[in-house]
Design a binder for this molecule. Sequence first.
Ligand code: NCD
Length: 306
Amino acid sequence: MQLPFNHLVSAKQLTRESMTELFRVADFMNDVWTSGVRSDMLGEKIIALLFYEPSSRTMLSFQAAVQGLSAGMILAQGEDSSSFKKGESIEDTIKVVARYADLIVMRHPEAGSAERAAAVSHVPFINAGDGPNEHPTQALLDVYTIQKVLGRLENMHIAFSMDAKHSRTIRSLAMLLSQYPGMKFTFITPEELRVDPALLQELKAAGVDCAEASEMEAGLDADILYMNRLQKERFNDGADFERYREKYRVTADMIRGRKALVMDPLPRVGEIATDVDDLPNAVYFDQVRNGVLVRMALLAKMLGKA
Ligand code: NCD
């Protein structure tokens, strides 16, 4: 099955059918990875990674995926090292890079930058995070992880905490999961970091039972407790919210013996105590590993090789 898009900009483009297909290929990539023999599936391709905003996991897992499939790679990292610094537009950068590479992956601090880039790219383009807006590949690996750990993608309660207002991972994941039946979402945030009302409307229109809460207790009996750090680089008074650090934090004592799986796109900045790591509830390091498999699958599919 062919994917219904040439460029991946938003989680909205990922239909249930395309996710099923990508997860099938990700399972295949797991077999390739564990076989100990590197695949040469993308041997003749060059992938450009443009990371104009800090990244560890997304950038490194794309690099691992590129290398796991034997593609060549060109990399631009940090706004300072790019021509943006000299005043070049996103459009011109993409038009240039599309002449070097067969596929472009870009992370950029501005919301909407991915859409602008995709509009002028004549090679497949992947949004690896555009400011506070979206992060579709993270959402995809999160859904893949849930499917693997819970064995289903229906009838579940997911609690999201804590910065639903600025977190692109929460936004993209909520959009993807809203396609499945029987979903209940609880957004656990301080009053000032409530989820975007327009997104809330969209989720409700898609049939999700949505609730908002201020206390962590509201998420402890969920199937999934999806934690994400305060996105303090995304708003001026970010530092003022440090006072919430203790309140929106999950510890082993809170979660031990409960069914809730604890997820986090990472980096962790205090929102999950390290004593949770040893509990069976902790799946955040599994997400990391699944990220490579899902990105391998996406690269192979978008380049017509799987
Ligand atoms: C997330 C991101 O960059 O949005 N991290 C990631 O890609 N794994 C989450 C975050 O930065 O909080």
